[in-house]
Ligand binder design. Structure first.
Ligand code: GAL
Length: 819
């Protein structure tokens, strides 16, 4: 094996841009150089092609070497053998944008993605093929997976985008985290992973293949780690470099959930710790999360926003201080590339979770001082000097003498984002609405669909996931003298519909949605049936198909039953099982089929008595695009649940009526101690998602724009308004002898709201003066240096601000500026 590696190494080194694993397994070698690689995930369909250059450029400026993306099979092959690579799905254009920016690419073909993407990236038609089982040695599955994977590889090769061809792609991935779920697949799972490895190898891409979370990854697949921390990860082969494919920068959001937040200090800590302990490739998942447009959100219940608390926010703004603090870390790590990838490693354990790691080459040494203790700072003495390493932090000393970076000491500004009203409108908050009802009469009165079956089917099987909506309809006859008629009767539906509306004889008897995490529930309502024919119409709605777990493809969705009518007459109860009745099915809704969201003419839309709180209602309004270039959002406060379009572009599902619970938010959010998805939550008791991204490229700069809403539950559109998001104020809170840069992101700084040099306390937006303060007028000094400028750099020193007596404690500057 070793000799084969040497041979490969030798062969590849001679060709330009080749990526290989260094012969000792320490690093990825690109074009003859061992690299410390920082990478970030940006998923192309979660933004628009117009946004890509800016996002990727910001990645580069943030110190990334590479951009990583999955490939989304169900988006590219929505119908078997019919492909779509247009617009947001233009994978090649995305890869070329990475190349144009001079960055590397990491292509995770999967084709299973997970990614909180609908059905984990698998097409639903695939599930509906006879005898199909995903992700195991199932012939049809393997054939289809191979077909799609080969097609992607061929496309990429044709454009010469693999590093082996002189292109940017240095690594490719097959499967995704299969190791986490493979137990239930037994021996077939093991055989499947071997097949994946062979299949991938046979595609001959000329760059290494990775498999994440796959302890039994067959050679030459490189197994890699995913998680919030990967410093303890040991690859399954001594010649595999220590690589981290998913360092989760935050977390995803679900309807009913709160806003996740992973602190900057903790992300930086995890990265520094990983490199302290021999890591060589770190990819942020996500670097830009973006938006789940249309029906791409997975689930159930993944929100339209996929912000992820990533270094770039949903709209592409810098999420500060995360972006800047990580940028500084990347610069320091890159400066140590040679020592990190060639140096001899030695470690000193100081006890109490404190340690020093020294990387030493003949030219010099670089050090990491780590403190994994969550409560106490570590005092370390090293080569005659003493250092304090704050709890839960890592200090990096590129020369083993001077502290260049500490993960817990943030010297990057915090940016507070604000939403501004649409200045292009005179009265931006009162859009003029017109409306039309969704025509459901055929279904709720007649129970008439497209096909009938004497069985209740899983929704996916009927709809092929061409729509979120499926009608299940049946008729029930009661004799005139039926003893139960007029007595207390109810309809009981065992449901796995994410949301459900029930109608009996044209009357809406109720609706219900699953609680997050409990997608199996009983809907029960009292109903008055009449003698003769009764029509029961149930509208089942999916809110993103499952994307994770063993055999997730078979998780039920829709109304899988059983369904009963129960009646009570005195002590007697009858139960009538309707499950094997004749059920009539209809996929989709009339307004979607007739593309109401595209309708140009006003003819059938009425401006008279626009209804509020009416279910199954279409609303339409025109508006002017907000001035300027700041990202645009639409505030859908007041609405219930539905879908929104701007100029015919589906901006995703909305559900502002879904309020998160009051409890579980953590005002104090301590970065110390291991992060988990329930830590540091915000937005308790508020709509899970109120604002929805409208990419600028969806808008007409001049002239009118159209917003169309389909409201399922009933809502009030009168509060809907378009807004822009931008930096409202920026803050810094740094110790003396640092330089801090303040920037309003290409807008001038307009005023200094707060400034104090001494021992101020509090957080951005609520700073307070402390007990000691400089007698110099700090606000005046900063006004002179910053106001009117787009950015200013401040030397936080006593020379500049005076030397207040803070009883020997280090002095700090706290400043808040208005943009
Ligand atoms: C991982 C998966 C990613 C994403 C992540 C959570 O398990 O590989 O695709 O789903 O979890 O955001």
């Amino acid at each position: 094996m070793v000799s084969l590696r040497f041979l490969l190494c030798f062969l590849f080194v001679s060709s330009a841009y080749a990526t290989i694993v260094s012969h000792d397994g320490r690093a990825i070698t690109i074009d003859g150089h061992r690299r410390v690689l920082l990478s970030g995930s940006i998923h192309y369909p979660r933004s628009t092609p117009e946004m890509w250059p800016d996002l990727i450029k910001k990645g580069k400026e943030g110190g990334l070497d590479a951009i990583e993306t999955y490939v989304f099979w169900n988006a590219h092959e929505p119908t078997r053998r019919q492909y779509d690579f247009s617009g947001k799905l233009d994978l090649i254009r995305f890869l070329k944008t990475i190349q144009d920016e001079g960055l590397y690419g990491v292509l995770r073909i999967g084709p299973y993605a997970c990614a909180e993407w609908n059905y984990g990236g698998f097409p639903v038609w695939l599930h509906n093929m006879p005898g199909m089982v995903f992700r195991t040695t199932n012939k049809s599955f393997m054939d289809e997976m191979q077909n799609f994977t080969t097609m992607i590889v061929d496309m990429v090769k044709k454009e010469k985008l693999f590093a082996s061809q002189g292109g940017p792609i240095i690594l490719a991935q097959i499967e995704n985290e299969y190791g986490n779920v493979m137990g239930p697949y037994g021996e077939s799972g093991k055989a499947y992973i071997k097949w994946c490895a062979n299949m991938a190898q046979s595609l001959d891409v000329g760059v290494p293949w990775i498999m994440c979370q796959q302890n039994d990854a067959p050679q030459p697949m490189l197994n890699t780690c995913n998680g919030f921390y990967c410093d303890n990860f040991v690859p399954n082969n001594p010649n595999t470099p220590k690589m981290w494919t998913e360092n989760w920068t935050g977390w995803f959001k679900q309807w009913g959930g709160k806003n996740p937040h992973r602190t900057t200090e903790d992300v930086a800590f995890s990265v520094a710790r990983f490199f302290q302990r021999g890591g060589t490739f770190n990819n942020y998942y996500m670097y830009h999360g973006g938006t789940n447009f249309d029906r791409t959100a997975g689930g159930p219940y993944i929100t339209t926003s996929y912000d992820y608390d990533a270094p770039l926010d949903e709209y592409g703004n810098l999420n500060q201080p995360k972006y800047g603090h990580l940028k500084q870390l990347h610069d320091v790590l890159h400066s140590m590339e040679r020592t990190l990838t060639y140096g001899n490693i030695s470690t000193i354990d100081f006890g109490n979770s404190a340690s020093a790691t020294i990387y030493k080459t003949e030219e010099g040494s670089s050090c990491f001082f780590g403190n994994g203790n969550e409560n106490s700072d570590a005092k370390i003495s090293f080569q005659g000097e003493s250092y304090v390493v704050p709890a839960w932090s890592v200090t990096i000393l590129p020369d083993c003498k001077n502290e260049a970076y500490n993960t817990a000491k943030i010297t990057t500004q915090t940016s507070m984002m604000v939403k501004k009203p649409n200045e292009a409108e005179d009265t931006p908050s009162t859009l003029k609405w017109s409306w039309r009802p969704e025509n459901v009469d055929n279904f709720i009165l007649k129970g008439k669909g497209d096909s009938t079956q004497t069985q209740l089917f899983d929704q996916k099987v009927v709809t092929n996931d061409q729509s979120d909506y499926l009608w299940y309809m049946t008729t029930v006859k009661f004799k005139k003298r039926d003893l139960f008629l007029g007595k207390s009767m109810s309809l009981r539906v065992n449901s796995t519909a994410h949301a459900l509306h029930a109608f009996v004889n044209g009357k809406h008897i109720g609706n219900q949605h699953a609680e997050n995490g409990k997608f199996n529930y009983v809907f029960e309502k009292d109903v008055k049936f009449k003698s003769g024919r009764n029509v029961i119409a149930l509208l089942s709605i999916t809110v993103g198909l499952a994307n994770y777990g063993a055999f997730f493809e078979s998780k039920p969705a829709g109304i899988t039953g059983p369904i009963f009518i129960t009646g009570r007459n005195g002590d007697e109860t009858i139960v009538k099982d309707l499950s094997a009745h004749k059920w009539s099915y209809k996929t989709g809704l009339n307004g979607f089929e007739n593309q109401f969201f595209r309708t140009e003419s006003m003819s059938k839309w009425s401006v008279e008595s626009v209804p509020f709180n009416r279910s199954m209602t279409w609303y339409k309004a025109t508006f002017k695009a907000p001035l300027g270039n700041d990202p645009v959002v639409v505030d859908l406060m007041g609405l219930g649940k539905g879908t929104a379009w701007v100029n015919g572009n589906n901006i995703g599902r909305y559900w502002p009526a879904f309020i998160s619970s009051e409890n579980g938010c953590d005002a104090k959010c301590n970065y110390r101690g291991a992060y988990h998805a329930e830590k540091c939550l915000t937005n308790c008791g508020e709509p899970t998602q109120r604002w929805y991204h409208v990419p600028r490229s969806f808008l007409n700069g001049e002239g009118d724009n159209t917003l169309v809403l389909f409201e399922e539950m009933g809502g009030n559109p009168s509060l809907v308004s378009f807004q822009t998001t931008r930096v409202g104020s920026v803050c810094a809170n740094v110790y003396e002898n640092k330089i801090i840069e303040l920037s309003c992101d290409r807008k001038p700084i307009s005023a200094i709201k707060f400034a104090s040099f001494g021992n101020p306390y509090g957080n951005c937006g609520s700073f307070e003066k402390g007990t000691c303060e400089s007698s110099n007028n700090t606000v005046d000094i900063l006004t002179q240096e910053c106001v009117g400028k787009e950015k200013c750099s401040i030397d936080v020193s006593t020379k500049k601000f005076g030397a207040p007596d803070c009883s020997g404690a280090a002095r700090k500057l706290a400043v808040e500026v208005i943009c």
